[in-house]
Design a binder for this molecule. Structure first.
Ligand SMILES: NC(=O)c1ccc[n+]([C@@H]2O[C@H](COP(=O)([O-])OP(=O)(O)OC[C@H]3O[C@@H](n4cnc5c(N)ncnc54)[C@H](O)[C@@H]3O)[C@@H](O)[C@H]2O)c1
Ligand SMILES: [Zn+2]
Ligand SMILES: [Zn+2]
Length: 365
């Protein structure tokens, strides 16, 4: 049974604790990985703050890349040495969403073990620890159902590959899969974190015209411009809705909300022009409601859609996104604001709370 170090969430709104954790040996259909890198996503912070309810104790982390160490009985898609990315999308393969081409909507909660089975992770006392999204990548090793993984090219750097596990797939997929952006369309991205900067790159890749980045941290605008923004709006300097209307001559064709605040969702709808589409990517805390004007939607025929995990079919999308990186279209190096050790994870969350980081990546030896 592999013994590893992992960052355990023992309570909400408290620092994660670095502990010794034991993983089971790989069972049928399971793959043991050495974690190479794990990006830190705001959804991990939502769980810590209690905005996404998950029971502690829990090992967070869901944006990983790693190398296969061992496989369980019946695993056919991986062999030791394979480089892989993990994804939270758990697909059963047989329901109407999976067979209908939208496995990211699979409601099965598939976890690869019979219902009622023990967790794959245990603490030093032998008590079970909840595994986040079948991954738990804030840990030196991971034990996952093979279906949570996709094999990638060996020449793809694993720290940059990890970003594709969640943030890049979410943002890029929102622009490439969830909606159809015609070449030349005007696009607004609200929130220039890992998710927003990926949506921004998606808009650039599909040939959008104006791409307006909105953030409350003006230091992010050099990066946003480097990655394809044509204009930037400082949300702390005047009314960002008025600024977008001014820049677009009455509102944008597509607005991606990539933060998850009531206020910025309302701004997103207000920034959307006549006949335009608001895409909600940020996760608003489950306890909160967002008042919007229904008449505004009717009379201007605006559309609002959610976008979940970039509407991914990750075994199809992720290798493609890696090609985009290797051919220069998708820029990942610039998105990594720091590479850190596992025991620096709490500091990374402090920076995220303050908006002082782009994507932070935990790298393992
Ligand atoms: N839909 C999905 O499937 C999915 C998947 C992954 C993440 N998410 C969600 O996407 C959101 C973004 O994640 P992230 O990891 O990029 O977060 P992040 O914290 O890295 O980025 C958020 C950005 O918003 C900016 N910001 C904060 N308040 C602002 C305001 N009032 N006005 C303008 N800018 C403001 C911050 O400066 C920061 O740049 C989170 O809610 C996360 O949970 C959704
Ligand atoms: Zn995420
Ligand atoms: Zn399914």
């Amino acid at each position: 049974m592999p013994k590893i170090k992992a960052a355990v969430m023992r309570a909400n709104k408290a620092p994660l604790e670095i502990e010794d954790v034991t993983l089971d040996d790989p069972g049928p259909g399971e793959v043991l990985l050495a974690t190479s890198a794990s990006g830190i996503c705001h959804s991990d912070l939502h769980v810590i703050e209690g905005d996404l309810p998950l029971p502690p104790p829990c090992v967070l982390g869901h944006e990983p890349a790693g190398i296969v160490e061992a496989i369980g009985e019946g695993v056919t898609d991986f062999v030791p040495g394979d480089h892989v990315i993990g994804c939270i999308t758990n697909w059963c393969g047989v329901c109407k969403f999976c067979t209908g081409g939208r496995p990211y909507l699979c409601p099965s909660q598939f976890n690869g073990r019979p219902e009622g089975s023990a967790s794959r992770l245990k603490d030093a006392k032998g008590d079970p620890i909840f595994q986040f999204a079948n991954l738990s990548s804030f840990a030196e090793k991971m034990l996952c159902p093979e279906r949570s993984l996709v094999k990638i090219r060996d020449d793809m750097p694993l720290d940059r590959a990890s970003l594709i596990g969640c943030g890049v797939t979410t943002g890029l997929g929102a622009a490439l899969n969830t909606v159809h952006i015609p070449a030349g369309a005007s696009v607004v991205i609200i929130g220039c974190g890992g998710v927003g900067l990926s949506a921004l790159q998606g808009a650039r890749i599909v040939g959008a015209g104006q791409i307006i980045a909105v953030d409350a941290q003006a230091w992010k605008f050099d990066l946003a411009k480097d990655l394809g923004a044509t204009d930037c709006v400082d949300a702390t300097d005047g009314d960002p809705v008025a600024a977008v209307h001014e820049l677009t001559g009455g509102g944008a064709d597509f607005v991606f909300e990539c933060i998850g605040l009531v206020k910025t969702v309302q701004q997103a709808v207000a920034m959307t022009g006549r006949g335009g589409t608001t895409v909600l990517v940020g996760v608003v805390p489950l306890t909160e409601m967002v008042p919007i004007s229904a008449a505004d939607l009717t009379l201007q025929e605006k559309k609002i859609t959610g976008s979940y995990m970039g509407s991914n079919r990750f075994r199809f999308d992720m290798p493609k996104y890696i090609e985009f990186y290797l051919d220069g279209r998708l820029r990942l190096d610039e998105m990594i604001s720091s590479r850190i050790k596992l025991d620096e994870v709490n500091h990374a969350f402090d920076l995220m709370r303050k908006g002082e980081a782009a994507r932070q990546v935990i790298v393992f030896d």
